[in-house]
Design a binder for this molecule. Structure first.
Ligand SMILES: [Zn+2]
Length: 481
């Protein structure tokens, strides 16, 4: 029998136990004859049959012999890899936008993203509910790993933060996060005092969480890393580590003798590659990872050249979320020529650090910063853009994929459950028309997605996109604001 006949028989067997078989252990799904992508190893295994039961991979074999799957998919000529992880997203924009944010969940799935790491927003109670509902299979969306509300200082610019002004408040905030059973802790630096920032990092690590954060100007990358920081979010902070004057300038900011912007300019002006690599080696040795979120910063840096007014992806966003995009557009439009040039330069300088981080052995996490506020950084497609940018600036396609599907789960302590097409792993899978190890853009050629043990073929994914578009068009979220 040809493989197609086998597939047809397997499907037929569901109904009639025909074709003289197959007999064997019941299973939910078989993907037959695909080329399995070993992302961590950077190799391919041709002509594999992957058997899924109860949402887990139970076998990777030569054929479906020995199993009686309820559904079968012909994987001939296609590439099967773990579902993508977007390791930096946001949900937010206020209670009026809960619905619009929830509508983004299928948009991620339709783009092959089976897990997201939510790095805080102002809708934490909803996000925590969605995390539970998705895990139970009651809500269609990527698995959600969330920081809950982030730690900040008093009266920060962002709504929804846990604001802390004393050591006791840091402890109380972490108690609150414990009650929410957050997956990691996020800390930012708008008004947070440097000593409380370092206390927050140390104490959260002591309580067993990973900590992702921005880095206050008065704190050096080494100080944050020594305190136990697990990941630095956004590449721009890494520029500081290339300045031999970082410690001196940071201390001056901490003492109130120098403005942050002036300190940063001096650090960038004194950037030295050897210093940068040495700093990054120390980060790597302490296990501090970096989430570059280059797609987000690239979009903001080039708003002067790219209006995005006719982006087709705008149709997937409700009016309220689109309205949150306006702030960054307005401030970009107000910039003079010198500021525009500086923005371009800063982006290119930061993006060019990527090979240096690789060389130093720093773990890279692929994440977009997509969600509210961050203009035109679209949930779903944004991760494919991020992967492409990571390759453009120096990673191989395999390294970019590792940054998404291997480093994401490993960072959160779930290395044994995700990141490989292997027996025992969660069956969050992506079936592609082309080989992503050869061309990173192949992640866009999505033939199907397996989530919760169920196969969504191309037409099911297209229906998800249609549904998202229709919900966005019907949403009144921003219209009444
Ligand atoms: Zn962010």
């Amino acid at each position: 029998m040809t493989r197609r006949q086998v597939t047809a028989c397997l499907l037929w067997a569901v109904v009639a136990a025909g074709c003289g078989g197959p007999v064997g252990a019941p299973a939910d799904l078989a993907i037959i004859g695909a080329t399995v992508v070993d992302v961590a190893g950077g190799t391919l295994q041709a002509n594999r049959t992957v058997i899924v039961t109860g949402g887990r991979i139970v076998a990777v074999a030569d054929s479906p012999d020995g199993f009686a799957p309820a559904a079968a998919v012909d994987g001939t000529g296609r590439f099967l890899m773990p579902g993508l992880w977007d390791n930096h997203v946001h949900f937010g924009g206020g209670p009026a936008l809960i619905e619009e944010n929830r509508n983004l969940l299928p948009l991620y799935v339709a783009h092959g993203i089976t897990a997201v790491r939510d790095a805080a927003g102002d809708l934490s109670p909803s996000v925590l509910e969605w995390r539970t509902a998705v895990a139970a299979g009651a809500l269609q969306g990527p698995r959600i790993f969330t920081s809950g509300p982030k730690l900040e200082g008093i009266a920060s610019i962002w709504p929804g933060d846990l604001e802390v002004g004393t050591p006791a408040e840091v402890m109380a905030a972490l108690d609150t996060l414990k009650g929410m059973q957050v997956d990691f802790v996020k800390i930012t630096e708008n008004t947070l005092k440097p000593d409380l920032y370092l206390l927050g990092v140390r104490e959260a690590r002591a309580r067993g969480w990973k900590v992702s954060a921005h880095v206050p100007m008065a704190v050096t990358l080494d100080q944050a890393s020594e305190a136990g920081l697990s990941s630095i979010e956004h590449m721009s902070y890494l520029l500081r580590g290339g300045s031999p004057r970082e410690a001196e300038l940071s201390a001056a900011v901490g003492a109130g003798k120098l403005a942050s912007a002036a300190a940063l300019t001096s650090m960038v002006d004194t950037f030295d590659q050897g210093t940068a690599v040495a700093t990054y080696r120390r980060l790597a040795a302490r296990g501090t990872a970096v989430t570059p979120t280059l797609n987000g910063s690239r979009i903001l840096a080039y708003l002067d050249q790219e209006t995005h007014a006719s982006d087709t992806y705008l149709q997937y966003l409700g009016p309220g979320l689109k309205a949150t995009y306006e702030g960054r557009v307005t401030s970009a439009a107000a910039a003079d020529a010198a500021a525009v040039t500086r923005r371009h330069d800063r982006f290119e300088q930061a993006a060019r650090l990527l090979p240096l981080l690789r060389q130093a052995g720093v773990t890279i996490l692929a994440g977009t910063d997509a969600g509210f506020l961050n203009s035109f950084n679209y949930p779903g497609i944004g991760l494919h853009d991020e992967l492409e940018i990571l390759v453009r600036y120096g990673l191989t396609p395999q390294q970019a994929l590792v940054a998404s599907v291997v480093n994401g789960p490993t960072f959160l302590g779930h290395a044994g459950d995700y990141g490989a097409v292997a027996p025992g792993r969660v069956a969050d899978l992506l079936l592609l028309d082309r080989n992503p190890l050869e061309d990173i853009r192949a992640t866009r050629a999505i033939r199907g997605v397996v989530l919760h043990g169920r196969f969504f073929d191309r037409s099911a994914l297209d229906a998800m996109l249609d549904d998202t578009r229709q919900r966005a068009a019907m949403s009144a979220g921003g219209a009444t604001r």
